[in-house]
Write a protein that binds this ligand. Structure first.
Ligand SMILES: Cc1cc2nc3c(=O)[nH]c(=O)nc-3n(C[C@H](O)[C@H](O)[C@H](O)COP(=O)(O)O)c2cc1C
Length: 185
């Protein structure tokens, strides 16, 4: 059974990012995968302390908190989904902190320690133009190969200040559901 780990980086528990991630999770479950959703704004976790213990200890983070536990899930996962609203033209702070905490996933040569995993990214933005942050998404994706993440898709929800935008967008929800199903295959 495929393992899919999802991270929600929005403070709005029932917002657009949550709607899309829940739909992806449903698709993955219907495809036969086991899913686990982490809500970063509910979790107590530290930022990376730059101790480099993960380099010395071959992938073991020196911090012991809720992200450390999620990291163990990511290490063995077949697919990872990371959802973030766009704040000030970037991912939210907790999502950036999560990526920093993924440092143990790469070795000193910036090669993945735990093999390849599919990655689906999800962004929601207030702006209407879905291409507005394309160059940022591409720039950000340059770090993924070092984690072993193979980017298979990026779902962007626009006009997202209204927390129900995604819920009303049938086409987007179908895309999210199908993307989830594909992660299970
Ligand atoms: C502090 C803050 C900064 C924001 N910055 C941007 C921005 O730079 N560009 C944009 O399109 N939307 C911006 N937004 C709007 C959010 O992206 C939008 O409300 C969010 O995608 C909603 O997602 P959610 O329902 O999952 O929380 C910002 C919102 C907040 C609260």
């Amino acid at each position: 059974m495929k393992q899919v780990v999802l991270f929600n980086g929005s403070p709005r528990m029932d917002g657009n990012t949550a709607t899309i991630l829940n739909t992806v999770a449903r698709g993955a479950q219907d495809g036969g995968a086991q899913v686990k959703i982490y809500t970063l704004f509910k979790m107590k976790f530290m930022a990376c302390q730059s101790c480099f213990a993960c380099r010395r200890e071959k992938g073991q983070c020196a911090i012991n908190d809720e992200v450390t536990a999620s990291l163990e899930k990511v290490k063995t996962a077949d697919a990872v989904v990371i959802g973030s609203p766009i704040y000030m033209m970037q991912m939210t702070g907790p999502v950036k902190n999560l990526y920093d905490r993924f440092f143990p996933l790469m070795d000193a040569q910036c090669q993945p320690r735990y093999g390849k995993k599919k990655l689906l990214t999800v962004y929601s933005q207030g702006m209407e133009d879905p291409h507005m942050f394309e160059s940022y998404f591409e720039y950000t994706s340059a770090m993924f190969p070092a984690f072993g993440f193979d980017l298979v898709g990026n779902i962007v929800c626009t006009n997202s200040n209204d927390p129900e935008s995604a819920e009303r967008n049938a086409e987007l929800k179908i895309r999210a559901y199908e993307a989830g199903k594909a992660l299970a295959s």
